[in-house]
Ligand binder design. Structure first.
Ligand SMILES: [Cu+2]
Length: 122
């Protein structure tokens, strides 16, 4: 019994230091990767209608379709990027986007170009 105690203590120490090590392993790179922007399409149009981005920034646009948008809001188009997606009610539609280096606007519209929104690069 006497010889087992130091071994038990060693084990506890090893476990404790193991825990501490994992506590210190905070991911240094939190906040990297594309910024995620959620846009809802409804009978109010795109919400938010304008999003500000930085030149060259990577974004993930997540379009949520609200039934009130009807067939009008069923499609989202980014004309300059040649992107056209059909939205569904069950889950948001994600579009990866690399913003241009030049300041300006990247517009997105519904399939009929009635509802309009933009990412303002500034
Ligand atoms: Cu429309």
């Amino acid at each position: 019994m006497k010889t087992l105690l130091p071994i038990a203590l060693l084990l506890v120490t090893a476990l404790a230091s193991g825990c501490r090590k994992s506590d210190q392993a905070v991911p240094a790179a939190s906040g990297t990767g594309p910024r995620r922007i959620e846009v809802t399409v409804s009978n109010q149009g795109f919400t938010p209608p304008r999003v500000v981005g930085r030149p060259g920034e990577d974004l993930t646009l997540s379009f949520r379709y609200d039934k009130s948008a009807g067939e009008c809001g069923r499609e989202v188009v980014l004309p300059a990027q040649n992107i056209k997606k059909t939205l569904t009610e069950d889950k948001p539609t994600e579009i990866a986007l690399h913003l241009p280096q030049e300041k300006g606007e990247v517009t997105f519209t519904c399939g009929m170009n009635m509802l309009r929104g933009a990412i303002v690069v500034e």
